[in-house]
Design a protein around this ligand. Structure first.
Ligand code: AMP
Length: 283
């Protein structure tokens, strides 16, 4: 695996490979890698000549300074995992490589309803920060295919929108990969390493609550099922930001079952100081 820290080096290397007709797949991450990230690398490896991973903890997308400061960093282990997975290039830039021009005017991405719904509402500015870094990385890598995890459902919608705003939807294919879970159902996440033993045991309640909805929503009044699932979370000790069953296309909450539409359960909740997010599609 080639490790690059300089954006010009990255740009030149990928450009030279592209000129040789090599297709490239890109997996942007914030590091503290786990098997969920590696599953994205595996998808890319199957479909491309060249797989590129980036690790950059992007300050622009953290609305809570403590969350940024405490974000887990395990670079040595990440490098080993990526090498073992057969990743071709790791881009590990510093802040100034990603944002060389500190004076640049702040761009505002028109994200429509995504800006204020759910994650957007609870983490103001977060998705603008996501767009800022992904825009820069896409300009550098110019991937044929971008691999994202369904774990960050709304983020997938935001990045799809960003690619449209960049007018690159014909050039960049987006592949959304399934969420990898621990044995008890907890979605793998870099933030899980910050859970203590007691919190870790409780954390699977998110999965259990979503599953409860999935198993019961067709047989009962949907809002009643949701209330019971929400209680499962709060009684476990979660402080819930949102727990919604929404239209998978536009994130508007639903009150009754409609078989013509695709629905998704979206959750964000705190166990003490650790905020976890997850989602589950309803068929
Ligand atoms: P992050 O490092 O958390 O920014 O995640 C980098 C990419 O990995 C994003 O596209 C995430 O959605 C994806 N990802 C994170 N956790 C998982 C998981 N448990 N399963 C699959 N993909 C994931």
């Amino acid at each position: 695996m080639i490790l690059l820290k300089n954006s010009n080096d990255l740009y030149k290397l990928i450009d030279s490979q592209r000129k040789k007709g090599k297709r490239n797949g890109f997996v942007p991450t914030m590091g503290a890698l786990h098997q969920g990230h590696i599953s994205l690398i595996n998808f890319s490896k199957k479909e491309n000549d060249l797989t590129i991973c980036s690790i950059f903890v992007n300050p622009a997308q953290f609305n809570d300074p403590e969350d940024f400061e405490k974000y887990p960093k395990t670079v040595e282990k990440d490098i080993h995992l990526l090498e073992a997975a057969g990743c071709d290039i790791l881009f590990l830039p510093s802040l100034t490589e990603v944002y060389p021009d500190q004076e640049e005017t702040v761009r505002n991405y028109d994200l429509g309803f995504l800006e204020t719904a759910l994650e957007g509402k609870f983490r103001p500015g977060h998705f603008q920060g996501v767009c800022k870094v992904v825009h820069r990385l896409l300009d550098l890598v110019k991937p044929d295919t971008l691999y994202l995890g369904q774990k960050d459902y709304q983020q997938c919608m935001v990045i799809t929108r960003l690619v449209e705003l960049m007018k690159k939807e014909k050039e960049i294919k987006i592949v959304i990969c399934p969420t990898l879970r621990e044995k008890d159902g907890l979605a793998m996440s870099s933030r899980n390493t910050r859970l203590n033993d007691e919190e870790r045991k409780k954390a699977s309640a998110i999965y259990l609550a979503m599953n409860f909805i999935k198993e019961n929503y067709k047989n009962d009044i949907i809002l009643a099922v949701k209330e019971r699932a929400l209680k499962m979370l709060t009684e476990t000790g979660f402080r819930v930001d949102y727990f919604e069953i929404v239209d998978a296309k536009n994130l508007t909450p639903i009150n009754s079952w409609n078989s013509n539409k695709q629905f998704v359960i979206l959750v964000a909740a705190f166990l003490n100081k650790i905020r976890l997010i997850d989602n589950m599609m309803l068929d």
